[in-house]
Design a protein around this ligand. Structure first.
Ligand code: HEM
Length: 468
């Protein structure tokens, strides 16, 4: 029977299969192609497994639609950097369109090119690095408030919920200079759930959302940013240092409706993935008590001496090492995609790929490549020496949790800064004990673990052993 279904597949899609001759992959059967391989498994695990089984490029079939999975850093570099113009972003744009409106995420050149530049996107203001550093007290205030709430609870809480809420408040404070009234987060969350649901459907089956509660959440969510932009326009505060005011002061070249879309994009881009990265880091620390104790001790010491500040955090290199190692082992976005341009074929790894072929890039596998990383499955922050950081910057061949190339995450620097402050502030005063299952699910394309619980605890006695 399997042989018959494989022959039937060849009969139906033989000419298409010929176009991919020589690319290894599981044998497709009629009618699902190789979709059965995903049954009962996480898609990002299957993509990573293919790296071990078939090498850098694997062909699999979603029914009669061919898709390539890349597990080779040189091929990924070709798609995202060297031959950037040969590809465009397709999935999940159709799913996200009604939720995100016009943002960097869901546009392609030439519209994308026209917006990812100074005076058009708030993350590209002049003096961005200094502005970000100046946000330290703003971030710290939000983190301290959330930390008090978590400590006061004196019981377990769902870690991902707390971290998402923290990032929501944090982005609003930095971007608009305000926390929105209660209900703001719930509107954002309802929108993100709609995006997740839509991302599960094949694009031809996607119809515009009809649920009234979704449209209400959209109105309120975007309405909050419309109000913020109107206020900053009509009654600007000359001393305000939030991103919106600084951006407007520098003279913008886009309409206000576009600014509103960009302000909302901070949540879509950052809340879920950055919350996941912090939760993953807490989980890894919890499973590696020696490293955790050392980090607690070092943070407690600087906290007692000078308090947490951008300067004092730099005196604890272990903090940055822990964060990098967490992003290497558990990248929040394990797989993301491109398509060959619609109007011409592309050459990749010696193969000519027909127009519009889908290509998936597997961060999770490459970042654990044994040919590059010693004991890749071991949580070893100590591997991130100064030399290793210089040789593997964010966005390089074997370390690209934020993607790479011209479309690399626009918020990477902000995310790293905020995550360091959160971890330093929280862990300088308490340990976070995690429990429950590390069951991963996809939320807006990000791998989150909704069952993982956390509880604030006093620091265990510090040890003096070295990390790694
Ligand atoms: C740990 C946190 C984060 C992770 C792991 C992450 C990851 C990523 C990845 C992998 C991409 C590239 C997708 C692709 O090439 O198709 C991306 C794009 C993007 N991210 Fe992030 N991100 C994070 C935080 C943030 C934050 C805080 C913001 C906003 C402040 C943000 C805004 C964006 C935007 C706007 C894009 C689209 C860039 C473009 O296509 O031009 N991200 N992110």
């Amino acid at each position: 029977m399997p042989g018959l279904l494989q022959s039937l597949f060849r009969l139906c899609f033989g000419s298409r299969m010929k176009q991919f001759d020589g690319i290894p992959g599981p044998t497709p059967s009629f009618p699902l192609g190789t979709l059965g391989e995903f049954s009962g498994k996480h898609p990002w695990d299957v993509c990573a497994e293919y790296g071990g089984r078939y090498g850098g490029m694997t062909l699999f079939w979603l029914g009669g639609t061919p898709t390539l999975i890349l597990n080779d850093p040189a091929l990924i570099r070709d798609v995202l950097i060297t031959k950037f113009d040969d590809y465009y972003k397709d999935y999940p744009i159709k799913a996200l369109k009604p939720v995100l409106k016009e943002t960097l995420f869901n546009l392609n050149p030439p519209e994308w090119t026209a917006l990812r530049k100074p005076h058009c996107h708030p993350l590209l203001i002049e003096g961005y690095d200094e502005w970000l550093r100046s946000q330290f007290p703003v971030i710290k205030k939000v983190v301290d408030r959330h930390q008090m709430l978590m400590s006061a609870e004196n019981r377990e809480f769902r870690l991902i919920d707390r971290m998402q809420r923290l990032f929501f408040d944090l982005h609003n404070s930095m971007v608009c200079g305000c926390d929105f009234e209660d209900g703001g987060f719930e509107n954002f969350y309802a929108i993100s759930v709609m995006a997740t649901t839509r991302m599960k459907f094949p694009p031809p089956l996607l119809i515009p959302p009809i649920r009234p509660s979704f449209h209400r959440a959209m109105r309120l969510h975007y309405g909050a940013y419309e109000k913020a932009v109107r206020k900053a326009r009509t009654n600007p505060d000359p001393g305000a240092n939030d991103l919106l005011h600084v951006f407007l002061r520098q003279g913008v070249e886009i309409p206000d409706a576009q600014i509103v879309d960009f302000l909302s994009e901070f949540h879509a881009g950052g809340n879920i993935s950055a919350a996941v990265a912090v939760v993953n880091t807490l989980h890894l620390l919890n499973s590696n008590s020696q490293i955790a104790s050392e980090l607690y001790a070092q943070l407690a010491q600087i906290c007692q001496r000078n308090g947490i500040s951008p300067e004092s955090m730099e005196q604890v290199p272990l903090l940055d090492q822990v964060l990098r190692e967490s992003l290497r082992m558990l990248p929040p976005i394990g797989v993301f995609g491109r398509n060959v341009r619609r109007d011409k074929s592309a050459t990749l790894g010696g193969h000519v790929l027909p127009a519009n072929t889908a290509v998936l890039m597997c961060t999770a596998h490459v970042q654990r490549s044994p040919s590059h990383w010693k004991d890749p499955d071991t949580f070893n922050p100590g591997r991130w020496t100064r030399e290793v950081i210089a040789a593997n910057p964010i966005g390089s061949d074997y370390f690209f949790p934020f993607g790479r190339g011209p479309r690399m995450c626009a918020g990477a620097e902000m995310a790293m800064f905020c995550m360091r402050i959160i971890l330093a502030s929280v862990l300088s005063k308490a340990a976070v004990k995690t429990s429950g299952s590390f069951r991963p699910v996809l939320h807006c394309g990000v791998v989150e673990t909704p069952d993982l619980m956390g509880r604030m605890m006093p620091h265990p006695s510090a040890t003096t052993s070295s990390a790694g």
